[in-house]
Design a binder for this molecule. Structure first.
Ligand SMILES: Cc1cc2nc3c(=O)[nH]c(=O)nc-3n(C[C@H](O)[C@H](O)[C@H](O)COP(=O)(O)OP(=O)(O)OC[C@H]3O[C@@H](n4cnc5c(N)ncnc54)[C@H](O)[C@@H]3O)c2cc1C
Length: 618
């Protein structure tokens, strides 16, 4: 009873709320917390598909006990398969998204990096000149204060700094929000091998990568509490830890079905249709001020479609009457993906501790005990990885202009539309928007300070090579046979062939790491793709074979772009053409950023809250 009130039945609710937020995830709960604090007399309802659950960390011991109960089972997730990707051996991606109070921040890998300043400058560039007159700026200067506000960063202890060499710069932080960012008090012993090898390749060692400049070798904090090393997520920071507010309600186990306009105008109050996931009953609630869609990049488009908002052709196929023709809904899907790369050591050093030690029952038992102590310590405090390199294309290959020129040509001649879904051809705005994006991304990729690839690492002899700025575009569509079911996700990976040029450039550069003095000392030998695979054509085939289709950063399916460029929202996050509906989640990114996406979801939530509060104060 000390925080927002959880409701389980619509009969427990008010008949109407000022703000109704669809989705109690990373960005949605950030907004709910801020609005309920700023407007004690206005009522805020979050409708969440999942439940309030304990969200274990990505690498917590299997039998961790929390609140007297075993929490071995993770919190709720949506899981389904994407359509096959013809350019990548017809593979289907395993789609995974948070379905719990806290959303994907409660199930993610806890890797908590931030984008590059150039990502946000490019975001603003994509909406220029149309959005230049808006008071809301989404360039780095316009969003950096919200990255700072969104988290509380704890500097690494002196012991960790001395032991591991952690560096940080507190000036990149400064918030006091109870979403925590901190360094684990543990590293696997071989982390230093990769770090040394990257430095020998000339990769700049960055003191801090959260302040906008992140081309180089970075230490990455985790989204975890500093002392207990337990997962920090939106459900804890923006719901559990909020002191009691009678105006802040969360309705769990309910699906937002659609939005309706009872007055027949887009400026009047709104009705929100809900479906109980317990008894399948449907009901309506009134939103007096606004509806905020925050259901994530896969599900926000489904609510819009069911409301009759989307491309007329897509709605016709689904048999839904058109309310507003907005072709950008569910278009422009992007995600991070990439091949794997591996090696072995013919002269392995004697490193300890190593992940293989966890197979030793005594070591593993000690690790669990250390994690359950206060302060927590040991291997379980390190989630997936907390180191990475981020490298720009010009710093990888002198031939980068060749790739940039290909992308520039696509942006100006007619060829780019060939790479888009065929139903885009009926929508000139989507083609124009894609060309604008390609032109902005070409300039981005030519910038020696703007990362094109990321390789996160913690330990071991394999790595995943992220394509940070894919050029291929996919779709999220409604299942025409069951509008309430999971959407049909078509990544269309590699549908723009220049993505493979980028992958090949990344891999060719990175594999040179095995020829550094440190790697030679341990007799490093490449096992995947293997030294015999040298030609670009063969590398392409290897990349297709070893590709991870999704690193689970889907975004951009309701992009902040002008309407005539296939955009769905403007800089104030209002859906084009609708006065009282905004979108506040990672759907609004025009393109992917050089970071895992949770920090951006929080920053979007913080900035959105500020925009909404200011607009209602007026
Ligand atoms: C497995 C996994 C690992 C990841 N690893 C990392 C990582 O290590 N680092 C990182 O930075 N990012 C990571 N990400 C990505 C990051 O967590 C997400 O991009 C970010 O949290 C998305 O925030 P959001 O607010 O857009 O959506 P979400 O946080 O996903 O919130 C959407 C919410 O809406 C709810 N919802 C959906 N449909 C409806 C509906 N119709 N009605 C009511 N509620 C609905 C969902 O249940 C969910 O709670 C990962 C994601 C996943 C899934």
């Amino acid at each position: 009873s000390h925080h927002a009130t959880v409701k389980r039945h619509t009969s427990d609710l008010h008949e109407s709320y000022d703000f109704i937020i669809a989705g109690g995830g990373t960005a949605g709960l950030t907004v709910a917390d801020r609005l309920s604090e700023a407007f004690p007399k206005k009522t805020i309802l979050v409708v969440e598909y999942g439940e309030v659950e304990y969200a274990r960390g990505g690498f917590d011991p299997p039998d961790i006990i929390f609140g007297g109960a075993s929490s071995a089972r993770g919190p709720g997730v949506f899981t389904f398969q994407s359509l096959p990707n013809p350019e990548v051996r017809n593979k289907t991606a395993f789609v995974f998204a948070g379905k719990t109070v806290g959303g994907s921040s409660a199930v993610n890998g806890m890797y908590f990096d931030r984008p590059s300043r150039f990502d946000h400058d490019a975001w603003a560039e994509a909406g220029s000149p149309e959005f230049d007159t808006s008071e809301h700026k989404w360039n780095w200067e316009g969003i950096f204060p919200y990255f700072k506000k969104s988290v509380t960063f704890t500097e690494p202890s002196i012991g960790s700094v001395q032991k591991y060499g952690y560096t940080s710069d507190i000036s990149a932080y400064g918030g006091s929000t109870p979403i925590f960012s901190s360094f684990p008090p543990f590293l696997w012993a071989d982390n230093v091998i990769a770090r040394n090898a990257w430095k020998e390749m000339g990769i700049r060692e960055a003191k801090e990568c959260a302040g906008g400049d992140k081309e180089g070798l970075c230490w990455i904090p985790l989204s975890q509490y500093p002392v207990t090393a337990r997962r920090s997520h939106a459900g804890l920071g923006h719901y559990e830890s909020v002191s009691f507010r009678p105006n802040y309600h969360i309705l769990v186990k309910h699906q937002v079905v659609k939005i309706m306009y009872p007055d027949g105008t887009f400026s009047g109050s709104l009705l929100v249709e809900l479906r109980s996931l317990v008894d399948d009953q449907f009901s309506n609630l009134t939103a007096k001020a606004e509806v905020i869609l925050a259901a994530g990049a896969f599900h926000t488009p489904t609510i819009l479609y069911r409301s009759g908002i989307g491309a007329a052709s897509v709605l016709k196929d689904a048999g839904i009457p058109l309310v507003l023709d907005l072709p950008g809904v569910g278009a422009n899907l992007q995600d991070h993906s990439g091949p794997s790369w591996s090696w072995s050591y013919t002269k392995p050093g004697n490193f300890s501790p190593m992940p293989s030690d966890m197979l030793n029952t005594i070591f593993a038992a000690k690790a669990t005990a250390a994690f359950n102590e206060t302060p927590a310590s040991g291997p379980y405090t390190l989630s997936m990885a907390n180191s990475a390199i981020y490298v720009s294309l010009p710093n990888m290959t002198a031939d980068y202009t060749h790739i940039v020129d290909i992308i520039r040509a696509m942006a100006t001649n007619g060829s780019s539309s060939a790479y888009l879904p065929t139903d885009y051809n009926a929508e000139p705005s989507l083609i124009a928007g894609y060309k604008r994006q390609l032109s902005v991304l070409a300039a981005f990729l030519a910038n020696p300070e703007a990362p094109s690839t990321e390789v996160p690492f913690a330990t071991g002899t394999s790595a995943r090579i992220f394509l940070l700025h894919p050029l291929s575009r996919g779709t999220v569509r409604l299942d025409v046979n069951d509008h309430l079911a999971q959407p049909i996700v078509d990544y269309r990976l590699g549908s723009n062939p220049a993505d493979f040029d980028l992958h090949v450039a990344h891999l060719k550069f990175l594999r040179r790491m095995l020829d550094t003095p440190t790697m030679r000392l341990y007799g490093a030998v490449e096992t995947g793709p293997g030294a015999h695979v040298q030609h670009d054509a063969a590398l392409r085939e290897y990349i297709k074979d070893s590709m991870t289709l999704s690193f689970m950063h889907p975004c951009c399916t309701a992009a902040m772009l002008p309407r005539e460029l296939g955009g769905v929202v403007g800089p104030d996050l209002r859906v084009h053409g609708l006065e009282r509906v905004r979108i506040v989640d990672v759907s609004v990114l025009p393109f992917l950023v050089s970071a895992h996406t949770s920090s951006t979801a929080y920053a979007v939530g913080e900035k959105a809250a500020d925009i909404i509060i200011r607009s209602w104060l007026k």
